[in-house]
Design a protein around this ligand. Structure first.
Ligand code: NAP
Length: 473
């Protein structure tokens, strides 16, 4: 039986493990650097952390959760769902916790991956699955003087729950998907809250609310409706579409309804096409900004000084605590692991101008390496779980074929990968993502995070295995 090692036990790792176990691929182990399963849903514990994909859609199709307590569930409930699913499917005993993978080298002679761990130990597997996600490495901004600050500072994905923020002067840097969730909570405790915004976002209203127990069958009914909504919503992510125009109108009307101060409205109005940065959902963010002790600073931060943050206009904004909601090293796919393929080639070198992989999963010259949530598989709308499941099914078909044909290795053909990449990049030219800076883009300018379009075309593309696309040996 082919041995499979999966790096990571978030939604991606659990999707792959579940699919393999259900189809008789039993030699599976998962390496998890944290002390629990859950990935981003374990790590992001900031106040108000939750998912802005409606919960009826946000569970695996093979383990639909009908017990969500609200339409947009919060982090503890999502994490609990993942843990429960891993238990129910027999995955938990296969997870090795506090086992951080630092290297993975392909050994041609015995056709195995040699996986190295932070403690210096080694393991060998025939097939290696990366399920480390795109948003697992918090990124602090490269602002001069960041280490000079004399107060407390932390990143939103490493929230310091021991720090008492009551009455403190808090500086919050960044206004992305994370910040808009914790800013209203921060405002409830902080004495003064100053929000540093580099670029504003389009924010849509969130049809949130509790889901009573009697509505549990209704959660199943809502699921396909939200999926369909997500597919239509994604149309707005291509340039010049009617859907995009409608989304923009709704977002700006939401801003007008919730913010009365014309100066603040102006500061909060984006100047780039809607969807270029991730469209956000919140009913509570805008009203928070009009509270008396909350201020929005749109001046660029030039440096961190011992007593706070200095902006381009020369003002020093004193702070006791800085919260960095500055996102993740999303472009550095698999960068924390030294991955070497055939002839010792480094994956980091191959991807120096931005990551690319056939179907987002397979890299030529890196045999028996499958990447979950890899390049160009992130979404600007809809549920990533749908994508992760589609990928897991494809990987499982590759393993089925290896088993049936007694193949020791599989490697995607370079010309197939190159043609696929060209297609994806051409399709991306229709998207809005080229019109602004965002974490979807590599510094080279390539969009390396996102899948162009809605989720169904991806599902259709990967639902069956084209055996000719690969070299089997
Ligand atoms: P993010 O969306 O990347 O936002 C980072 C914020 O920090 C942006 O406002 C960015 O400004 C700002 N920033 C970065 N460097 C800065 C600097 N040097 N000076 C000033 N501002 C700076 O990060 P995030 O909010 O953590 O979210 C990351 C992703 O995680 C999301 O896009 C989403 O995919 C996922 N997420 C999802 C949910 C959910 O509900 N499903 C919730 C949280 C996160 P610019 O815009 O100008 O770059």
């Amino acid at each position: 039986m082919t041995s499979v090692g999966i790096i990571g036990s978030g939604f991606g790792g659990i999707a792959v493990a579940a699919e393999l176990l259900q189809h008789g691929h039993a030699d599976v182990r998962l390496w998890e650097r944290g002390d629990d399963v859950g990935g981003v849903w374990r790590d992001n514990t900031y106040p108000g952390a939750g998912c802005d994909v409606p919960s009826p859609l946000y569970s695996f199709s093979f383990a639909v959760n009908t017990e969500w307590s609200r339409r947009y569930a919060l982090q503890p409930e999502i994490h609990a769902y993942l843990r429960r699913t891993a238990d129910d499917l027999g995955i938990t005993p296969l997870v090795q916790l506090r086992r951080e993978v630092v290297s993975a080298h392909w050994h041609e002679t015995d056709q195995q991956w040699e996986v190295g761990f932070a403690d210096g130990s080694l393991e060998r597997v025939q097939v290696l699955v990366s399920a480390v996600g795109q948003l697992s490495e918090p990124r602090l901004p490269s602002i001069p003087g960041i280490d000079d600050f004399e107060g407390d500072a932390f990143h939103s994905a490493r929230w310091d729950h021991d720090l008492d923020l009551r009455g403190k002067r808090v500086a919050a840097v960044g206004v992305g998907a994370s910040a808009i969730q914790y800013v209203p909570h921060l405002a409830d405790v902080a004495g003064e809250l100053t929000l540093f915004q580099r670029s504003p976002n389009y924010i849509l209203p969130k049809p949130d609310g509790p889901l009573p127990r009697w509505w549990r069958p209704g959660i199943r009914l809502e699921r396909p409706l939200w999926w369909t909504f997500g597919e239509q919503f994604s149309r707005g992510l291509d340039e010049g579409t009617v859907v995009g125009a409608i989304e923009k109108r709704v977002a700006l009307a939401h801003l007008h309804r919730q913010v009365r101060d014309p100066r603040l409205r102006e500061v909060l109005t984006p100047d780039y096409p809607i969807g270029c940065k991730r469209i956000l959902f919140s009913n509570t963010f805008y009203p928070t900004l009009e509270r008396d002790h909350v201020d929005v600073v749109a001046e660029r931060i030039v440096r961190v000084v011992p007593e706070g943050l200095e902006t381009a206009d020369g003002t020093v904004h004193p702070a006791d605590v800085i919260v960095y909601g500055t996102g993740f090293a999303a472009q550095d796919f698999l960068d924390t692991i030294d991955v070497r393929g055939v002839d010792g080639e480094a994956l980091a070198k191959r991807w120096v101008d931005g990551a690319h992989a056939h179907l987002g999963m397979y890299v030529p010259g890196f045999p028996n390496l499958f990447v979950s949530y890899g390049p160009n598989t992130n979404l600007g709308g809809g549920s990533i779980i749908y994508m992760l499941e589609a990928q897991a099914r494809h990987m499982r078909q590759v393993l089925d074929r290896m088993r049936e044909g007694a193949h020791a290795t599989v490697d995607v053909r370079p010309e197939v990968e190159a043609a696929y990449d060209r297609q994806v990049q051409e399709r991306l030219e229709k998207s809005v993502w080229g019109s602004c800076d965002s974490w979807y883009r590599h510094p080279s300018g390539r969009i390396t995070s996102n899948w162009p379009g809605s989720t169904y075309p991806y599902h259709r593309r990967v639902r069956s295995l084209d055996v000719e696309d690969f070299a089997w040996a």
